[in-house]
Write a protein that binds this ligand. Structure first.
Ligand code: ADP
Ligand code: MG
Length: 256
């Protein structure tokens, strides 16, 4: 059965989507069967996987509202290596529309259950808010991957996320764990980055992934070509780091 991970952090611009898309591509290179779920109305993961969000026939929106089966809404990424449950602006309406539905926190979980045997990994790219959409991600997942930049303010806000995860664990999803903190956009020349990174290791121990994702312009350029960095320039430092992260995840789930 698939292992399901949410990539979450309520801050915007911290590397969630870059992580979700490149981890999907990295895992696919390791012959893992992957479904990438875009849970952000911005549709960045959809576009980053080479899918035009403007011309979707069906999306995660219809799936959450029970108007389409996940199996009918998923599409193949441009590289052909992994599947995507795409999103676009329509999804913003789901927040409000789901309020009236029963089982509203677990709609994504139920949808994923219908295709779970097709995959080794399901990766969910969450929006930058602790919203009903993120709650659906957290209720569907076995683990949370938290990307963070090693800067002073990174630690602020982390406690809100950790508390939300604890509450979801206690009330809605007893399987949920923080699988790890992923250091992203890392600049080893900055003393502050080194210090925050060391603090994270001290405080969170083996909840900090060994792999560190460097700041690398090829990762930032790749989405404009509709490709994950891992596919766009596999030899780049950023791509290599995400491929290594994929291997670390494959290793982690053995004991997860
Ligand atoms: P989020 O999904 O958390 O909002 P994104 O993944 O969209 O964050 O990243 C925010 C911006 O930072 C994007 O422009 C992205 O291309 C860029 N970015 C993310 N990770 C890296 C990295 N390791 N090196 C360079 N740029 C990065
Ligand atoms: Mg994003």
């Amino acid at each position: 059965m698939a292992k399901i991970f949410c990539v979450a952090n309520q801050k915007g611009g911290v590397g969630k989507t870059t992580t979700a898309v490149n981890l999907a591509a990295g895992l696919a290179r390791l012959d893992q069967r992957v479904l990438l779920v875009d849970l952000d109305p911005q549709g960045n993961a959809t576009m980053g996987a080479g899918i035009n969000k403007a011309t979707l026939e069906k999306s995660v929106y219809e799936v959450l509202l029970g108007m389409a089966e996940l199996a009918a809404a998923r599409v193949r990424s441009e590289s052909g290596r992994f599947d995507v449950l795409p999103a676009n602006r329509e999804l913003a309406g789901a927040e409000v529309e789901m309020v009236e539905l029963d089982n509203r926190e677990k709609r994504l979980k139920d949808a994923i259950a219908s295709v779970e045997s097709d995959y080794d990994f399901v990766l969910i790219d969450c929006p930058p808010a602790l919203s009903m959409l993120t709650l659906n991600g957290l209720c569907a997942a076995h683990g949370v991957i938290i990307p963070m930049q090693c800067e002073y303010y990174a630690l602020e806000g982390l406690s809100d996320l950790v508390n939300t995860i604890k509450k979801v664990h206690a009330k809605l999803n007893p399987e949920l764990k923080i699988i790890g903190l992923l250091r992203v956009m890392f600049d080893p020349r900055m003393t502050l980055s080194q210090q925050v990174s060391a603090q994270l290791e001290q405080h969170f121990g083996d909840k900090v992934f060994r792999t560190i994702i460097p700041r690398n312009v090829r990762l930032a350029e790749a989405p404009s070509y509709g490709m994950p960095g891992v596919t766009f320039d596999p030899a780049s430092k950023g791509a290599q780091a995400y491929i290594a992260f994929g291997a670390e995840m494959v290793d982690r789930i053995k004991t997860f």
